[in-house]
Design a protein around this ligand. Structure first.
Ligand SMILES: [Zn+2]
Length: 109
């Protein structure tokens, strides 16, 4: 792939926004699934998925990539800050990205 040195790679939008969540939302537990904020964290993800889809429909791919970075952070933190893995789960929790399902299972922080 050719890279224009004067222009950031598109994946940089995702990476930057993912990292930014830790300082922009440092004290908002729901962005990190801290303090048992499973309902709120899941809503950030499902709302974010809707926002990504809407941005793509409008052709605003930069906004879509940025929101994707935001929600990937929260999605990753679910696995870091819950006992999902310790419970023996071997697969991702697909209910985290489904707006039609509210139960994400018997997890704890
Ligand atoms: Zn975090």
């Amino acid at each position: 792939m050719l890279h224009n040195p004067g222009k950031r790679l598109h994946s940089d939008d995702v990476t930057w926004r993912n990292a930014r969540v830790d300082f922009r939302h440092m004290f908002n537990g729901d962005y990190h699934f801290d303090g048992e904020t499973f309902v709120e964290g899941r809503k950030l993800i499902t709302d974010g998925v809707s926002s990504v889809k809407a941005s793509i429909k409008r052709g605003n791919f930069e906004a879509a990539r940025q929101k994707l970075g935001d929600i990937l952070h929260t999605l990753q933190d679910f696995y870091s800050h819950s006992n999902w893995i310790e419970l023996g789960n071997r697969f991702p929790n697909s209910n985290l990205i489904r707006s039609d399902v509210s139960d994400i299972g018997p997890v704890a922080g």
